[in-house]
Ligand binder design. Structure first.
Ligand code: ADP
Ligand code: MG
Length: 254
C-alpha cells in the first residue's frame, strides 16, 4: 500500500468569476521510503499538490488516501491526529517564531499534541541533535544563518517522528553550499526510512532524489526514477565555507 495515494485529484480556486484550475485530475502515489522531487515552473501546481498531501488544504474533487485513510472522510480530530503522526512540513521561509529559542520552536508541535513538558524538551533536544544543532538549542532564529534556521525547521518537522516529510522549496532561500548541506540531511532521513517529498526549482537539487516528478499546468508531465547524486560526497568535494560565508564549516566537517 502506498503511503500517499491521490486519484484524479483536482483543485479549483474561485476568485470572483474566475476559476483557476490549479490541479487537473492528478493521480499520483508515493511508496513508503521513496524520495521524490517535484519540479515545474511557477504556477504549475506544486504547492497546491504539497498542501493537499500535507493536509493543509482539501481537493475540490478526487480522493486522497494518506496511509490508507481517505482524508476527506476524516473529521477534524482524526485529521489532526493522522497529520501529527504521519507527516512533517518544511517551508521555504522556515516559518520559525522569532523571539523563541530553537529548542522551543522545535517543541511547538509537541505542545499542540499535549506531550508533557519534560518529554517535549527531551525529544526537541534529540531532534536538534539529529540535524546537527545540539549546540544552538538556545539561540533565537535571528542569531542563526539561513541554513541553521532551515535545519531547526527540519527538526521541528521531525520531532513528531513522522513517516513522511513534505518540503516546499526548502532550499529556495539558501546559497548553494547550504543547499547541499540541507540535501545531505534529507538524504540521511531518506536512508533512515523516512519518505521525503520535496519541491524544487533547481535540477541540481532534484538530482539528489530517487524520483523526479515534473508538473505543468496542473498536471504531471513526467515521472521518472533516477540514480540519486550523493549529497555528502558533493559537500566533501565543495570548497570550505569561508569566514564571510554562512560560518558553518565546523559542523560540516564533523
Ligand atoms: P507553484 O507552487 O507550482 O508555483 P501553486 O500551486 O502555488 O503553483 O499555484 C497553482 C495555480 O493556482 C496558480 O495559477 C496560482 O495562481 C493558483 N493559486 C494557488 N493558490 C491559490 C489561492 N489560494 N487562490 C487562488 N489561486 C491560487
Ligand atoms: Mg509554490
Amino acid at each position: 500500500m502506498a503511503l500517499i495515494d491521490l486519484t484524479r485529484v483536482a483543485k479549483v480556486y474561485r476568485m470572483g468569476d474566475v476559476e483557476v484550475h490549479a490541479l487537473r485530475e492528478v493521480s499520483f502515489s508515493v511508496a513508503e521510503r521513496d524520495f521524490a522531487a517535484v519540479m515545474g515552473s511557477s504556477g504549475s501546481g506544486k504547492s497546491t499538490l504539497m498542501n493537499i498531501i500535507g493536509c493543509l488544504d482539501r481537493p475540490t474533487s478526487g480522493t486522497y488516501r494518506l496511509d490508507g485513510h481517505e482524508v476527506s472522510r476524516l473529521d477534524r480530530r482524526e485529521l489532526a491526529r493522522i497529520r501529527n503522526r504521519t507527516l512533517g512540513f518544511v517551508f521555504q521561509s522556515f516559518n520559525l517564531l522569532a523571539r523563541t529559542s530553537a529548542l522551543e520552536n522545535v517543541e511547538l508541535p509537541l505542545m499542540y499534541a499535549g506531550v508533557p513538558a519534560r518529554e517535549r524538551r527531551l525529544r526537541a533536544a534529540e531532534a536538534l541533535q539529529r540535524v546537527g544543532l545540539a549546540d544552538r538549542a538556545h539561540h533565537h532564529p535571528n542569531q542563526m544563518s539561513g541554513g541553521q534556521q532551515q535545519r531547526v525547521a527540519v527538526a521541528r518537522a521531525l520531532v513528531s517522528r513522522p513517516r513522511l516529510i513534505v518540503a516546499d522549496e526548502p532550499t529556495g532561500n539558501l546559497d548553494s553550499r547550504t543547499t547541499v548541506e540541507i540535501m545531505v540531511l534529507f538524504q540521511e532521513l531518506a536512508a533512515a526510512g523516512i519518505t521525503v517529498l520535496l519541491v524544487t526549482h533547481e535540477p541540481d537539487v532534484a538530482a539528489y532524489a530517487s524520483r523526479v516528478v515534473v508538473m505543468r499546468d496542473g498536471r504531471i508531465r513526467s515521472d521518472a526514477r533516477q540514480a540519486p547524486r550523493q549529497a555528502a560526497a558533493d559537500l566533501a568535494a565543495a570548497p570550505a565555507a569561508d569566514a564571510g560565508g554562512e560560518g558553518e564549516a565546523q559542523e560540516v566537517s564533523a
